[in-house]
Design a protein around this ligand. Structure first.
Ligand code: SIN
Length: 330
């Protein structure tokens, strides 16, 4: 019987799901202390759903996620996707930067096999930890034929999200992950995974040859702002700047002027919004055509940074080419 079960490869990186209590406060814990293999072994009934092989790629809180870990994950996903013995891939990850890793892996991984990211909001030692249920649901999704061809999925709290839209919206709530523009792509029900629509077309760029991404910074716009953060990024030698703008991707006049000067100096500038939902469109409040800016569309600032890094890594730096990529589904 076990031989006929699907085979899931687990790539573990740490996160709160692998967290263990720390005596520093009643609710304190250290992320990434429990191995992926122990987490899988602790979920009742998983052995009747699939066979698991587990690799510990990292053991970190996701605030420490790096290009190196992203590339290590992408290389393993490429190899596992090519292995006929592997039916699906789970990535165990902290929730804080899961949305960025999900987009990166989706942009670079050319596979039809399900790739499902999972984490938890409570550490493994918490009363009513959510990790085991989330792991069980992620494994269920990774074995579902309808999960194929959808890029990287994020599964927590009975909900299935796509990589381009999913974002963490609450510091503590179990239902923290939302897809604010297009909604979740599916749900995990007592009868299994349900998807609300067929897989959408998406763009895969492949893994860049260099195992480090070009530096791109984010500038967070606010009232009473001057151009100092833009100047600091330019001085640091970034190749791109994402504006987490107010409203429709806007910022104070000196900031816009400094960003326009950055474009003239060869830096790619993408206008996104700190608002949390809705698209930033070209030439609405800002004359993008004249200033040379890119409008981020539905990508939030953190995701716009990831997409721009991947584009630059593939040599796509001209305004028209970058704008086309931001206009396309990922
Ligand atoms: C982390 O992102 O590693 C810590 C927070 C979490 O996993 O919920």
């Amino acid at each position: 019987m076990a031989d006929t079960l699907p085979c899931l490869a687990v790539l573990a990186t740490g996160g709160t799901i692998a967290g263990a209590a720390d005596p520093r406060s009643q609710a304190g814990y250290d992320a990434g202390r429990i191995s992926g293999a122990s987490l899988i072994a602790a979920v009742p009934g998983l052995d009747r759903l699939a066979r698991f092989s587990t690799e510990q790629v990292a053991a970190i809180g996701s605030q420490d996620m790096t290009d190196a870990v992203w590339f290590a994950l992408a290389v393993r996903i490429r190899a596992l996707a090519a292995d006929p013995a592997t039916d699906g891939i789970l990535v165990i990850h902290g929730t804080d930067t899961m949305e960025e890793t999900a987009l990166f892996l989706s942009l670079v991984s050319d596979t039809e096999k399900p790739v499902v990211m999972v984490g938890a909001m409570r550490p493994s030692t918490a009363v009513s930890a959510d990790g085991p249920a989330n792991l069980g649901e992620a494994a269920l999704v990774a074995t579902a034929p309808q999960a194929r061809g959808r890029g990287v999925l994020v599964v927590l709290n009975d909900t299935i999200h796509g990589a381009a839209d999913v974002t963490k919206t609450s510091t503590t709530a179990l239902e923290t992950f939302r897809s604010p523009n297009f909604g979740p792509v599916g749900a995990v029900t007592p009868n299994g995974a349900v998807f609300f629509a067929p897989p959408a077309a998406r763009t895969v760029y492949g893994l860049p040859a260099q195992a480090a991404l070009p530096p791109v910074g984010i500038v967070f716009a606010h009232a009473g702002m001057d151009a100092a953060p833009v100047a600091a990024l330019v001085a640091a030698g970034v190749r791109g700047i994402v504006l987490a703008g107010v409203g429709d991707g806007n910022a104070a006049t000196p900031v816009i002027a400094a960003l326009a000067a950055a474009v003239k100096a060869g830096i790619v500038v993408v206008r996104a919004s700190r608002a949390g939902a809705g698209a930033v469109m070209r030439n609405i409040e800002i004359d993008d055509d004249r200033l040379g800016f890119i409008a981020a569309g539905y990508y939030n600032p953190a995701k716009a940074r990831v997409l721009l890094q991947v584009l630059l890594a593939h040599g796509i730096a001209d305004a028209a080419g970058v704008q086309r990529a931001f206009d396309r589904p990922a």
